[in-house]
Design a protein around this ligand. Structure first.
Ligand code: B12
Length: 390
């Protein structure tokens, strides 16, 4: 990339941060982030924070120096820490790093975010002098462990003058709504990365809206361009700056959505396919495992660990199938199956081992036309193209 931001680039600190994460070097990672705050502050940033650097002591920080510091903080969060963390995900998917290395990297990234918050704190006081633009709640949906994306969103909103109640990972919906009511939050910002959590997210959305609180959703679970958020009558933003812009305008008054049962947003649920698949999930997983063992004899020699992973994979497959039925979108399932095939291939497991699982489910669910269509689409996509004769 060679836009204005990249010329005063964070590319170099990004590479160094990546190395520090790889070496599990927390101290160096934090030092890189602190250094980058200076670099980012020098950049002719898109948001109009482009003046020369200012070394005024924090206590006497003028308005423009504070503004530059906040802009630098935002750049470091979104252009240094976030992409490096995404790279961690890609390296894990490609089997280039272990689960333990991924955990270390994430823990260090969390410290890096905290370092940005510490360093930019003096720049908040002069600008907002105890008054906030408003108060919002940022939280992960129930069952969601990916708290770092929500944390990044929270910190950016703070830098833009919002008072943020950050609730972190896997928050039960009733506690989320109770806290939002108690604190009179102007909006609830919901984060989710894992699509199988969408039915729960929908419940959280309709519960908040029922309590009169607008909801803004974000994160990979909500699908390309937030298509599932919209299906669930929530606003959607692709990232924190977009969220800030939406909050600054006017979020749809929640009265527009009134209290409702989430099912009413999704008339296709009347066919009961989702409910049946979700209810019978344990039996579906058990039968699929038995069929896979029969069709794929290698599994008989699997270690206990490999067997556990296989059960986990089948459970995830059925979970994604149920969710695709919930949102009535076969793409949700096919995206997941192609992702699984890549993950398996990177671990030398042939993606063809997914066929017995897909076939078993198609057979078990043969009376459910939507499920059969979803499974058939995924099966056909996975099929290697026919070899050309000669
Ligand atoms: C770290 C990590 C974990 C950590 C999370 C720890 C933590 N404290 O966050 C742990 C180890 C717990 C974990 C667990 C799992 N993970 Co994980 N994880 C990741 C990883 C590597 C980084 C997450 C992250 O911080 N991303 C960085 C941020 C910047 O990216 P982001 O999510 O896109 O967020 C930005 C925007 O989307 C937006 N945004 C996000 N939320 C919101 C909310 C609002 C309101 C708004 C406006 C915007 C917004 O703003 C953010 C900042 O710019 C990702 C890889 C990745 N690409 O993200 C995988 C990833 C998300 N994980 C994945 C998986 C599969 C899992 C597990 C299922 C693994 C397993 N078998 O157990 C579990 C699921 C646990 C659960 N129930 O949640 C997959 C998901 C794939 C899929 N098809 O669903 C990914 C993509 C890895 C991969 N490359 O395949 N994981």
């Amino acid at each position: 990339m060679t836009d204005g931001k990249e010329t005063h680039s964070l590319a170099e600190p990004r590479e160094r941060l990546w190395q520090a994460l790889g070496e599990c070097d927390e101290t160096r990672a934090v030092a890189i982030v602190r250094g980058a705050l200076g670099t980012a502050g020098h950049a002719p940033a898109a948001a109009g924070h482009g003046q020369a650097p200012d070394h005024t002591p924090a206590t006497a920080m003028g308005a423009s120096a504070a503004e530059r510091m906040r802009a630098a903080g935002e750049r470091v969060l979104l252009e240094l820490i976030a992409p490096t963390q995404e790279r961690v995900g890609l390296a894990w998917a490609a089997n280039d790093i272990t689960v333990a290395q991924e955990h270390v990297a994430t823990a260090i990234s969390e410290r890096c975010v905290a370092a940005v918050a510490d360093a930019t704190a003096p720049a908040l006081a002069p600008a907002f002098a105890g008054t906030f633009v408003g108060r919002v709640l940022v939280s992960c949906v129930d069952g969601e462990w990916h708290s770092l994306p929500a944390r990044l969103v929270s910190e950016v909103l703070r830098l833009r003058g919002w008072r943020v109640d950050y609730l972190g990972a896997q928050v039960p919906t009733e506690h989320l709504v109770a806290h939002a009511r108690r604190t009179r939050a102007q909006a609830v910002l919901l984060s989710s990365s894992i699509p199988t959590l969408l039915p729960g997210a929908h419940n959280a959305i309709s519960s908040c809206q029922g309590a009169g609180i607008p909801v803004l959703a974000g994160g990979a679970a909500f699908g390309p361009q937030g298509r599932y958020a919209r299906l669930m009558q929530a606003e959607w933003a692709k990232d924190a700056p977009d969220a800030a812009a939406l909050l600054g305008r006017h979020l749809k008054p929640s009265g527009a959505h009134a209290a409702r049962l989430p099912d009413l947003d999704l008339p296709h649920l009347a066919d009961q396919e989702y409910t049946m698949v979700r209810r019978t999930k344990p039996q579906l997983v058990k039968q699929t495992l038995a069929d896979v063992e029969e069709d794929f004899p290698e599994t008989r020699h699997y270690s206990e660990y490999q067997m556990e992973r296989t059960v986990e994979d089948i459970d995830f497959i059925v979970g994604h199938l149920a969710t695709a039925l919930y949102v009535d979108d076969p793409d949700l399932f096919t995206r997941f199956i192609m992702w699984t095939a890549d993950i398996l291939a990177a671990r030398d497991v042939p993606p063809r081992c997914l066929f017995p699982a897909l076939d078993s489910l198609r057979n078990q669910l043969k009376d459910f036309p939507r499920a059969v269509a979803v499974l058939t689409t995924a099966h056909d996509l996975l099929m290697p193209p026919p070899a050309h004769p000669g």
